[in-house]
Design a protein around this ligand. Structure first.
Ligand SMILES: Nc1ncnc2c1ncn2[C@@H]1O[C@H](COP(=O)(O)OP(=O)(O)OP(=O)(O)O)[C@@H](O)[C@H]1O
Ligand SMILES: [Mg+2]
Length: 418
C-alpha cells in the first residue's frame, strides 16, 4: 500500500490534509518481473558470448576424436579413449547449446506444427524419464493446436518441465500433461508482462510434488538458480524453457503450493495455416559420400582444415576460403565446377554467409547452400528461414552429421532440377 499525505490550505486558520492510499502490489510485482527479465538478459549475454567461442573449440575436439578413432589398427584402449572424448564433448556441446538458447543466439528454425503431435513425439521419452513410481496422465485437446515453432526446442521445453516434476516427486505421485485451446481476452498483465489477448495453445504440466516455497518462486526462471544438490541440477532447465517460449512469442505461468504440487502452463500463439507436408529426410546408415566440388568457407582455420579432411575422405573435392571475399575470388575462377556452398554464417570482413550465398546465387540461382554457425551475432534471436535447397548444421557437429546434411542438400538440388 502506498499512502501519500498532502497539506492544502483551508479557510482562515484551519488546515486540511488529504490522504491518498493506493494498492501498489501489482506495480511492485511488475517491477520485480522486469528486474528479473533484465537480469536474465545480462546473464544470457555473458553466457552466450562464451558459448560461441567454446563451440569452435568443441567442434575441433569432436572432429579430431572422430578422425582419430578411424585410424587403422588402433589398440582397444585408444578406441575407448576416443569414444570417451566424443561422449564428453557431446555433453559439453549440450551445455553450450542450453547457454545459446538462453542468450537467444541459437538459430531458431520454426515450422508450422501441431503441439499435440509434438507432445506425442516425446511421450515414450517422458515415460522412461519419470520411472515407475509416478503415474502419468495425458489428455490432449481434440482439435489440432497449430503453432509456429521449432519442434526440437519445444520438445526441450516439455522435457525440462517433466524432469522438474519428476524431481519434485521422489516418492512417486501423479504427473498430468494436458493441452487445450484457450481464448484470452484480458491479459493477466500482473502475473505475466508477456501475456497478451488472443487464441493460444496451452500446455499444462502439473505434478503432485513438493511444491515451490513462495520466497523462491520469483527466482526459479533465473539461469543457474537451483535448489538441487551440487552435480544434480545446473539450474538451466527453466531458464532454457523461458527463453524458448519467449522466442515463440508465448509465456509460461506457474502456480504452486508447498506440499501439494506445482502447475506450469506454457502459452503459445495459435496460427491458422495448415501444416505443410514435410518431406521425410532420408536416413543413412553409413555416412554418405559424394564426388561433387564444394566451396568451403570458414574463418576458423582449425575447423576449416578438419572439415576439409572430413569432406575429402568422403570423396568430395574441396575449395576453401577464410572470408567471403576469398570465396568470391574462388567462385569467379571455378563457378562451373562448384556444386555446393558450405559456409559459416558469421564471417569477418563485412559480408556474412547469407550475403555470400545471395551473391553467388545471382549467377547460380540453383546452388545448394549449407550454413553452419556456433551462433552469429547478426542472427542473434532471429529466425533463419531456409530455402528449398538450403540446410543448416549447428556447430559443433559430428562429421557424420555434416556429411548427411550435405548429401541431402545435394540430392534435393538434383531432384528439384531434374
Ligand atoms: N515442478 C517443480 N516442483 C518443485 N520445484 C520446482 C519445480 N520446477 C522447478 N522447481 C524449482 O526450480 C528450480 C530451478 O529449476 P530448473 O529446472 O531451472 O533447474 P534445476 O532443475 O535445478 O536444474 P536443471 O534443470 O538444470 O537440471 C529447481 O531447482 C527447483 O527448486
Ligand atoms: Mg530442471
Amino acid at each position: 500500500m502506498e499512502i501519500v499525505a498532502r497539506q492544502i490550505p483551508g479557510k482562515a486558520l484551519e488546515t486540511l490534509i488529504v490522504f491518498n492510499a493506493r494498492d501498489v502490489t501489482e506495480q511492485r510485482q511488475l517491477e520485480e518481473r522486469l528486474r528479473q527479465a533484465s537480469k536474465m538478459e545480462a546473464i544470457g549475454n555473458l553466457a552466450g558470448g562464451i558459448a560461441h567461442d567454446f563451440n569452435n573449440v568443441l567442434a575441433t575436439i569432436m572432429m579430431q576424436a572422430e578422425l582419430g578413432s578411424q585410424i587403422q589398427g588402433l589398440p582397444p584402449e585408444a578406441i575407448e579413449s576416443f569414444a570417451q572424448i566424443r561422449a564428453a564433448t557431446a555433453r559439453a556441446a549440450e551445455l553450450t547449446h542450453k547457454l545459446l538458447i538462453i542468450s537467444r543466439r541459437e538459430v531458431f528454425q520454426p515450422t508450422a506444427l501441431n503441439l499435440n503431435a509434438c507432445l506425442q513425439n516425446v511421450v515414450s521419452l517422458v515415460t522412461r524419464t519419470i520411472g515407475d513410481d509416478i503415474q502419468l496422465k495425458i489428455s490432449l485437446s481434440e482439435e489440432p493446436l497449430l503453432v509456429r515453432g521449432d519442434p526440437a526446442l519445444l520438445e526441450t521445453v516439455i522435457l525440462n518441465l517433466v524432469v522438474n516434476a519428476r524431481d519434485a516427486m521422489p516418492n512417486g505421485g501423479e504427473l498430468i500433461i494436458s493441452t487445450e485451446l484457450q481464448h484470452i481476452q484480458v491479459p493477466e498483465q500482473v502475473l505475466n508482462p508477456q501475456a497478451k489477448p488472443g487464441a493460444f495453445a496451452v500446455l499444462t504440466i502439473a505434478d503432485t510434488g513438493c511444491g515451490i516455497p513462495p520466497d523462491i518462486l520469483p527466482r526459479i526462471f533465473e539461469p543457474f538458480f537451483t535448489t538441487k544438490p551440487k552435480g544434480k541440477g545446473t539450474g538451466l532447465g527453466l531458464s532454457t524453457a523461458y527463453s524458448i517460449v519467449q522466442q515463440h512469442h508465448g509465456w509460461i505461468s506457474v502456480s504452486s503450493a508447498v506440499g501439494k504440487g506445482s502447475t506450469f502452463q506454457v502459452f503459445l500463439p495459435l496460427i491458422e495455416k495448415e501444416v505443410p507436408p514435410t518431406a521425410r529426410a532420408a536416413t543413412y546408415v553409413l555416412p554418405p559420400r559424394g564426388s561433387e566440388t564444394i566451396l568451403l568457407v570458414e574463418d576458423e582455420a582449425p575447423v576449416r582444415k578438419l572439415t576439409r579432411i572430413v569432406l575429402e575422405r568422403a570423396g568430395y573435392r574441396v575449395l576453401e576460403a577464410g572470408t567471403a571475399s576469398e570465396a568470391i575470388d574462388i567462385w569467379l575462377a571455378h563457378k562451373h565446377e562448384i556444386q555446393l556452398l558450405f559456409t559459416d554464417l558469421s564471417l569477418p570482413g563485412g559480408m556474412n554467409g547469407h550475403q555470400l550465398a545471395e551473391r553467388l546465387r545471382r549467377e547460380a540461382p540453383h546452388l545448394p547452400v549449407v550454413y553452419t554457425t556456433g551462433y552469429s551475432a547478426e542472427l542473434a534471436g532471429q529466425e533463419l528461414s531456409l530455402g528449398k535447397i538450403e540446410a543448416f548444421v549447428q556447430k559443433p557437429a559430428s562429421p557424420t552429421k555434416i556429411l548427411e546434411v550435405i548429401r541431402q542438400c545435394l540430392d534435393m538440388a538434383r531432384n528439384s532440377s531434374s
